[in-house]
Design a binder for this molecule. Sequence first.
Ligand SMILES: Cc1cc2nc3c(=O)[nH]c(=O)nc-3n(C[C@H](O)[C@H](O)[C@H](O)COP(=O)(O)OP(=O)(O)OC[C@H]3O[C@@H](n4cnc5c(N)ncnc54)[C@H](O)[C@@H]3O)c2cc1C
Length: 498
Amino acid sequence: MTPRRIVILGGGSTGWMAAAAFTTGMPGAQVELVESEELGIIGVGEATFPSIRAFNRLLGIDEAEMLAATQGSFKLGIQFVDWRVKGEHYFHTFGDFGPLDGPMALWGQYHRVQARLGGQLGDHCLPTVMAREGRFRLPDTEGDAITARFDCAYHFDAVLYAGFLRRLAERRGARRIEGKVVDVARHPDGRVAYLKLADGREVAGDFFVDCSGFASVLLGKTLGVPFVDFSHWLPVDRAWAVPAERPEGTLTPYTRSTAQEAGWTWRIPLRERCGHGHVFASKFIDEDRAREQLLAQVDGKALAEPRLLRFTTGHRAQLWSHNVVGLGLAAGFLEPLESTAIFLVHNALGRLIPLLLQPGGATPDAAAAFSDQQVRQYRRIRDFIILHYCLTERRDSELWRYMAALELPESLAYKIHTWRETGVLVGYDDEGFDRTSWLAIFAGMGHWPKRASPWMQEVPEAMALQYLRQRREALASITAGMPDHDTFLRHAVARAAG
Ligand SMILES: Cc1cc2nc3c(=O)[nH]c(=O)nc-3n(C[C@H](O)[C@H](O)[C@H](O)COP(=O)(O)OP(=O)(O)OC[C@H]3O[C@@H](n4cnc5c(N)ncnc54)[C@H](O)[C@@H]3O)c2cc1C
């Protein structure tokens, strides 16, 4: 049956994303959200993934209004600094590199003539050139021009975004209940019946969405769904986070991730401040030293004391059990290197709501299919994140030596081997990141196939050079005609205000 009474536990960005999606996508349902101000929310998570734009559009959100309300800026991708060796950087942006296969595969021709051409593969990707130049415009929504073949995401204040969604969800009928859940009652068949609050109130529902953060009150604690731990492959388990002033002229349209001795630091520029953090492995560095390393990276005055967050990387073995679906941190967590937490939430909601609306609604088959897909997605993203580390040439600290010697998950080892031996980029179902993204990391880390494909030789070298030079020139000229990110954003936000 399609559930009529949906209870969401948790009012962080996950809970309010869920409330906004259910009130929009299932208008007849009663949506209640329980949260505890005393327990609070985690309140970090400022960089997003492009599909958030589609999620917002489905909710009917005006982009400029959202940016104005959340300190938002645009994100074309991530700049990775010092990951392969110290002193080098590359970009992973949300754009294309032209054909990926066949004799005209742009990466293949580039690699073949790299010594004569110079530069980086990224010089042939529009959003990378835009990011490097600090320019911005939105992608075309129609046509097949190069200006339609890139995407963007946002940087925003996650607390303000949750508040923005809360107002939207409440306008559409969601009811917020303040209170701390101290007990959970279950039906004889194991389904959750109601949440019991500290003041004795009971909140009953026929479908529950666990958005209770790392506490995983329903999926983990109540239903006992085990946690699948990825920390062997991804050993970072702590983060220091601090907001800081943003120096004039540094509103970059990208996130920066800089590799450190035992992890990496992030820099996320918002309109009126900057978010900074240091994600690190506590087995390789102590907390005080990690804090010092973060503060040494901050390029403006810190606006608060750094806050320490602890986490374990992995996910619940099932993401839908009985009448409970877990979302956000209650479902799992992967380090924020590619900003995938919020993506996993809206992606899950995009799958869940159509399943619930099907005739038959929340069946065991639907639950199993949903869980399997979500778990696969966690694994695929895990592999993609490990890729950033395992191709490193750094051996200057314990973390980098550990990552270079790591026994990889089979699925990842296969992809790396196939690329290295044959130049084929393998893509599976339920990838969060498509083959272009894998290419950006392989190339950025200087990891190319051993031999050029014989197909490449079908194109005369002079023609390959001309093709690549023309593409570079075209991208440089398109980019030169764009406003800088700051100017674009000021106009966009002013439009929302006016
Ligand atoms: C260091 C770090 C950096 C991150 N960076 C990014 C990023 O750049 N991009 C990205 O997409 N994501 C990022 N994330 C993830 C992001 O922080 C989360 O996706 C986001 O904050 C959503 O959290 P949540 O709503 O799932 O949980 P929380 O914010 O923890 O909310 C949990 C809610 O449950 C409620 N609750 C819990 N127990 C009870 C109870 N017993 N009774 C009543 N209420 C209860 C709490 O009051 C709260 O409202 C990052 C996470 C970390 C740790």
